[in-house]
Design a protein around this ligand. Structure first.
Ligand code: ARG
Length: 476
């Protein structure tokens, strides 16, 4: 940062500011840079112009603008939009933020009517409107479709690879055999909740704050419902102007939903990082999502997945930042709230990238059925041994204890559970029949879990069907 002295005396800068009327002194250059937000809030240029277009129409309704003036404004707003679109918009030094930049340019292009556009409006209700519109657009046009594509990829793999069995883990210890499809669908289930959460967030975002003014409301009776309808705020209008200008709940909810989604994908990433290690060898990542080492020629690193895991830290960080910005904020708008946007945009970019990369990784990885099956061991069927006894009338707690004694016996004999003989089992419980030695089949084991939500083939197929129905409804 450059050195600067506090500014004194008259200055061109304050005269050219939209709020310059009551000022005689100019801004310290460092303060100017500290205060300006155009470098990042220009991202909302479309929404800002859309809001102005609707507001001009509302002013006609309120008798403050003639039809002719409004159409001049609409023409001018289209010209400003064209400049942003083509990259020819030139910011002026006095442009503090996207709102002042657009208004300044509009005035240059259409002259007098531009001075009427801000009647009864404040940048406070304007920025609240813009951010909401931006987030609504982003969720419907980008993140939700991206997320549904990832869920679809998981479901499609799950559907076509039901025959692959692998260890399911708890505490990262081999627990019970499950289908690989079941593992895939566990993540689809998490992501479905994320989708629902983001859709809920969008519905609460779609409430129109325009017409709240700086804090007290709109003194010219603009039709706020008509504004909401024109702008696509499908959940109506805000109920209280003091609240509306400072409400960033919707942005905070989005930050939480993004952080939660990141957390889910960081878990998926962590599982896959383990699964693609030589120690597991369950999957191979495609080259498209792996990188090498500059020193060790044999290395193939899962950088895609490590970055997904790592970027989740940023998402959680932005959530906490935004909550802290709002903590103890006095009533209505305070400039602290300008700090809402950089984190919001970064979370949006980050979570979209994370979702798309996860989609690519999952779509292109190769699963190794033999390696997955090779990691299954009969000790993982100790529960099945207990269930065997349960099916012969033994209360579960007793059956569990008996199975535990079988495990201990195998350990004492330095053999595997399935190597115990019928006679060995009989020393533990008289309820064991000769067929106990037939128990050691992983396919039979997974097929017991037939209740909906379990890992039996039919249950996995029902899950796939449920996801397909849900995805179909979502598409409508
Ligand atoms: N640039 C500000 C923001 O991003 C909007 C201006 C708010 N109004 C004000 N009087 N300072 O939140």
């Amino acid at each position: 940062m450059s050195e600067s002295k506090p500014a004194t005396g008259e200055s061109k800068v304050s005269e050219s500011k939209l709020w310059g009327g009551r000022f005689t002194g100019g801004l310290d250059p460092l303060m100017q840079a500290f205060n300006d937000s155009l470098s990042f809030d220009k991202r909302m240029w479309r929404q800002d112009l859309r809001g102005s277009r609707a507001y001009a129409t509302a002013l006609v309704g309120a008798g403050l603008l003639t039809e002719a003036e409004a159409s001049e404004l609409h023409r001018g707003l289209d010209l400003v939009a064209a400049e942003w679109q083509s990259g020819s918009f030139v910011p002026a030094p006095s442009d503090e933020d996207i709102h002042t930049a657009n208004e300044r340019r509009l005035k240059e292009l259409v002259g007098a009517p531009a001075a009427k556009l801000h009647t009864g409006r404040s940048r406070n209700d304007q920025v609240a409107t813009d951010i909401r519109l931006w987030l609504m657009d982003y969720l419907s046009d980008e993140l939700l479709p991206q997320l549904r594509r990832l869920i679809n990829t998981l479901v499609s793999r799950a559907e076509s690879e039901t025959g692959v069995l692998m260890p399911g883990y708890t505490h990262l210890q081999r627990a019970q055999p499950v289908r690989w499809s079941h593992w895939l669908l566990s993540y689809a289930s998490m992501l479905r909740r994320d989708c629902q959460r983001l859709a809920d967030c969008r519905a609460r975002t779609a409430v129109c704050p325009l017409g709240s003014g700086a804090l007290a409301g709109n003194p010219f009776g603009v039709d706020r419902q008509a504004l909401a309808d024109a702008l696509g705020f499908t959940s109506g209008v805000t109920w209280n102007s003091l609240d509306a200008v400072a409400d960033r709940d919707f942005a905070s909810e989005f930050q939480f939903a993004a952080a939660m989604l990141g957390n889910h994908l960081s878990r998926l990433a962590e599982d896959l990082i383990l699964f693609c290690s030589k120690e597991f060898g369950f999957v191979t990542l495609s080259d498209a999502y792996s990188t090498g080492s500059s020193l060790m020629p044999q290395k193939k690193n899962a950088d895609s997945l490590e970055l997904i895991r790592g970027k989740t830290g940023r998402l959680c960080g932005h959530l906490v930042s935004l909550l802290m910005v709002q903590k103890s904020l006095p009533s209505a708008f305070n400039k602290d709230l300008q700090e809402d946007k950089e984190g919001l945009f970064d979370s949006a970019d980050t979570v979209s990238a994370v979702v798309r990369i996860a989609d690519g990784v999952v779509a292109t990885l190769t699963v190794h059925p033999e390696a997955c099956a090779g990691a299954l061991s009969c000790d993982m069927l100790a529960t099945d041994l207990a269930y065997y006894l349960v099916r012969r009338g033994v209360p579960f707690r007793e059956a569990h204890a008996a199975s535990g004694r079988c495990v201990a016996l195998a350990e004492a004999k330095a053999c595997q559970l399935h190597q115990l003989t019928f006679e060995d089992f009989r020393t533990v419980s008289e309820k064991f029949g000769e067929d106990v030695t037939q128990l050691w089949d992983f396919e039979t084991s997974v097929e017991q879990y037939g209740a909906f939500g379990g890992t039996a083939l039919e249950s996995v197929r029902q899950q796939v069907a449920a996801f397909r129905r849900w995805l179909g409804d979502e598409q409508k």
